[in-house]
Design a protein around this ligand. Sequence first.
Ligand code: 5GP
Length: 211
Amino acid sequence: MNRKGILVVVSGFSGVGKGTLMKLLTERYGQYALSISATTRSPRAGEEDGREYFFRTREAFEELIANDQLVEYAEYCGNYYGTPREYVESQMEQGRDVILEIELQGALKIKKKFPKALLLFIVPPDAKTLLDRLRGRNTETEDVIQKRLARAAEESEGIEQYDYIIVNDDLEQSMELMHHLIESQHNKTDRNLAFIHQIQEEVREFVKGEK
Ligand code: 5GP
């Protein structure tokens, strides 16, 4: 069967627990590569350049755009965010499933460029949980929290454009569900046409030989 890497887009409101979920998934299964985005936002306490993000100035980011070094990019709450092309392409060629943790606009651009990409949207069990998590994180000012909540409301309008939702109630369960959804994608018939044709041919030959 075809085990070429799948492009997996993961979106979800700020504070929904995407980061923790991705960390758990990549630690548990070796088949995943987590893309590191470039951004113009400032690092939060504890974030390191090259680990959470490649932190760049606006000028440096615009250079990445001009040189076509990003698969997609978008503006989110006043900052640029974008996916570096080289890593995504090389990891997929090596058979890894590449996960892009990106927002709605970027997700839609990916779907257009890569129609076979799998789009997953993580939701909290309810809206209050989201606010509690965002506040509990203690990394953003109230003003930023308000901006992110407004953006969450906007993004919620786009959820139907994704392939699946994952309700992040229990981390372990959400992680396993995500893994199974990706595994199922590998078995889709349209991803395995060469293999299917080979089986069909073998069966035809076998039947001929039996006659
Ligand atoms: P944060 O500032 O909380 O790390 O990220 C803000 C939003 O930007 C999140 O929804 C995150 O998924 C999204 N994001 C992160 N990297 C990228 C990227 O490369 N492209 C796009 N379009 N969105 C991104």
